[in-house]
Write a protein that binds this ligand. Structure first.
Ligand code: NAI
Length: 697
């Protein structure tokens, strides 16, 4: 135990240090160590008070998720009570993170201080459980049920200054003055008796008695976001229990509700997603010895829809970025859009006005290539045309300094061909952002044939810095994300040709857990965009092109989607609700007749399976070709790029839940009925024959 937790003495203050790299997670052995040290401090007459802190980069960052759902050790269950019952005061000294079990440990201490850059929170809900270490009982007593409810139900990270103002922290120190501040506080409170124990103080709970509707109001508020999920509602039940039950009974209720969640599918899927995202950063042939390049500055070429959003990602992360355009007009337009985006955030209250100014100040406009040559990375986001891209990369090759990373945001073009426009293809790769680039989490990192390993490593590290979830894949048409998604897109149109209605398809997918149905998404993106893409494909790849006569007809009718007030659905001014339209039904029936396709009804299950199985088949081919390293990377991309419901784990995790054998059998029936687009990929055939899943070893 001494290997994880030690106690030293400094002028009568016992300093307890948890040292369990990398982030001092509460793995077995850590609670035992804390108990031993707290007992030692209490037994030592020279010790008047104690400080509990973490070694290395963080306080106790949280529970060890690897052990979640396993039986807790005796100390794992009781160490907080031992801290709480300590005869001498204990000051938690927090730097880095105190999340989940980390904050719950700090809440058991009598006092808490943190550095100004530290973050605290109870994010358990994000992995489908609830704070099971009495966090739901202590936090409402400390800051009031309303504020606690908000923190526990959203799981958000709270910055130290805010945590201080709501009363979670007693003091905030400079980043290098933490120990000194904690020790001073410990000295000051050494003789205070009785010690302030959160469990004993019910004063703040009165707030809920005055406003008993707050719990139902919260349930109502999360209705949409928490659809099909249990954990957020169980969190609310726990805070209700904190208000209505004595502390110990509330803790028992919390444990009961936690146990109900921890082994349920929701928590399993969310835990899986958590690990899948971490694994996505590990590339089989790139080990830790490959160091990424330093990125202290960036440049973006093209200030359109994507370029502007990408520049914001850098500015948001505090990285100075130059934004290059063809002419002053386009540049001004791009900058105005960025400014408007920040102003919206300020108006909404999610960004301070001075922070918006700081971020705007990090974006430097440029009209000459020479001005961007010193950037550590440049991301190209110009028109999606190979000659234009090659021209830009030729110019970048001429001006960018040695060692700069040259990235393209192309969504369809060949990265190797783009790289061939330079004399340094090893420095070139794809960094594919999703729209809107400043919001969507996914960064699809596309590795060309010649891309150097350290360039890939640079971008996986960069993805974290700019708050994205990075996942790497090889170079092919559509790369991993869009290529695996394309058959879903085709299939939804085929369903319509066969007589399904957009409103039924959308209802099925929303009930499954997508935030919006795919046809409503089409209306948001604009039917004109899809039409233009099809026209281009018809010209460029006539063999792979499949006509989609229904959306083409809607396009011809001027129904471009939300922007024209009508597309797959109708829209009323100022209202984004999609309303079904008999005109669309007529178009569907007419085209069905023209094509001679029998019109029929669909069960919800067939719709769901047709859409998702089509993509699973393509994803299997992508895996076979080695374009994807692992099935979980497909899931990471679908979760963060396409709004796939996280509590279902991801496309391939969901497929394994159904069973690859069952999917294979269904595909064989459909192959017979609908033709060879349903021919199962070889990988699916093999897995089905062996009774295995995509995620089995
Ligand atoms: P956009 O048309 O909104 O913006 C392109 C911008 O590049 C324009 O402002 C244009 O003036 C500028 N530009 C063109 N040639 C240039 C040059 N030689 N030098 C400097 N600036 C130049 O296009 P969007 O939608 O931003 O797309 C950009 C890239 O991102 C494309 O490769 C596209 O395929 C890709 N992409 C687009 C997504 C989307 O949803 N719009 C999603 C993911 C990738």
């Amino acid at each position: 135990m001494a290997e994880f937790v030690t106690i030293t003495k400094q002028n009568g203050i016992g300093i307890i240090t948890v040292d369990n790299p990398p982030v001092n997670a509460l793995s077995p052995g850590v609670p035992e160590g804390i108990v031993e040290c707290v007992n030692a401090g209490n037994a030592d007459p020279e010790v008047r008070a104690m400080v509990l802190r973490g070694a290395g980069r963080s306080f106790i960052a949280g529970a060890d998720i690897k052990f979640l759902g396993q039986k807790k050790t005796e100390a794992g269950l009781t160490y907080r009570t031992i801290i709480d019952d300590s005869a001498k005061p204990i000051v938690a000294a927090i730097h880095g993170y105190a999340l989940g079990g980390g904050l719950e440990t700090a809440l058991a201490c009598q006092y808490r201080v943190a550095t100004e850059s530290a973050k605290v929170g109870l994010p358990e809900v994000l992995i489908g459980v609830l704070p099971g270490g009495n966090g739901t009982q202590r936090l409402p007593r400390l800051i009031g049920p309303k504020a606690a409810l908000e923190m526990i139900v959203t799981g958000r990270h709270v910055p130290a200054p805010e945590a201080h103002s709501v009363g979670i922290l007693d003091a905030v120190s400079s980043d290098d003055g933490l120990l000194e501040t904690a020790v001073k506080l410990a000295e000051r409170v050494a003789e205070v008796r009785p010690l302030p124990r959160i469990r004993d103080n019910d004063e703040k709970l009165a707030e809920a008695k005055a406003d008993p509707g707050m719990f139902d109001a919260m349930r109502k508020k999360i209705e949409r976001r928490a659809r099909n999920q249990k954990a957020p509602y169980h969190c609310i039940l726990c805070v209700e229990a904190a208000v209505s039950l004595p502390f110990d009974e509330g803790c028992a209720r919390e444990r009961e509700l936690f146990d109900e969640l921890v082994m349920a599918d929701e928590a399993k899927s969310l835990r899986y997603a958590f690990f899948a995202e971490r694994q996505a950063n590990k590339i089989p042939d790139i080990d830790k010895s490959v160091k990424g390049r330093d990125i202290d500055s960036a440049a973006v070429v093209g200030a359109g829809t994507m370029g502007g959003g990408i520049a914001m990602c850098f500015a948001d992360a505090g990285i100075p970025v130059k934004l290059l355009e063809m002419n002053a007009e386009a540049l001004d337009k791009g900058l105005a859009k960025i400014r408007a985006n920040y102003e919206t955030s300020v108006k909404r209250g999610s960004l301070a006005a001075d922070a918006a100014d700081t971020r705007m100040g990090l974006i430097t406009p440029a009209l000459e290539y020479d001005l961007i040559g010193d950037a550590d990375i440049v991301i190209e986001a110009v028109f999606e045309e190979m000659p234009v891209k090659k021209d830009v990369f030729g110019k970048l090759d001429a001006v960018m300094k040695d060692g700069a990373v040259l990235a393209s945001n192309t969504s369809t073009l060949d990265i190797d061909e783009i790289a061939s426009a330079t004399k340094r293809p090893a420095d070139v790769l794809g960094t594919h952002f999703f729209s809107p680039a400043n919001v969507m989490k996914l960064l699809e990192i596309v590795r060309g044939d010649a891309t150097a390993k350290d360039v890939v490593a640079t971008c996986t590290a960069l993805s974290r810095r700019i708050a994205k979830v990075g996942a790497v894949c090889g170079n092919c048409d559509g790369f991993l994300a869009n290529r695996s998604r394309a058959p879903f897109q085709t299939e939804m149109n085929i369903l319509i040709e066969e007589g399904a209605r957009p409103q039924q398809v959308d209802k099925v997918m929303v009930e499954f857990g997508y935030p919006m149905g795919p046809f409503a998404v089409g209306d948001l993106a604009g039917l004109d965009i899809g039409h233009a893409v099809r026209q281009r494909r018809k010209k460029e790849a006539p063999n792979e092109y499949r006509a989609l006569p229904i959306p083409d007809r809607l396009f011809e009718l001027g129904r471009y989607g939300q922007k024209t007030g009508a597309g797959w659905f109708n829209y009323k001014p100022g209202d984004r609700t999609p309303y079904p339209d008999p005109v669309v039904d007529q178009v569907i029936e007419e085209i069905g007749r023209q094509l001679g396709i029998e019109q029929r009804d669909f069960t919800d299950e067939e719709i769901l399976h047709r859409l998702l199985f089509a993509s699973i088949n393509e994803a299997a081919k992508i895996l076979e070709e080695g374009i994807a390293y692992r099935a979980s990377d497909v899931d990471v991309m679908w979760l963060n790029g396409f709004g796939f419901p996280r509590y279902r784990g991801g496309l391939m995790f969901w497929a394994d839940g159904i069973g690859v054998k069952r999917i294979y059998d269904t595909m064989k029936v459909w192959q017979e009925r609908y033709g060879d687009r349903w021919k199962p990929a070889a990988m699916i055939e093999e897995l089905a024959a062996n009774g295995k899943g995509f995620l089995d070893d």
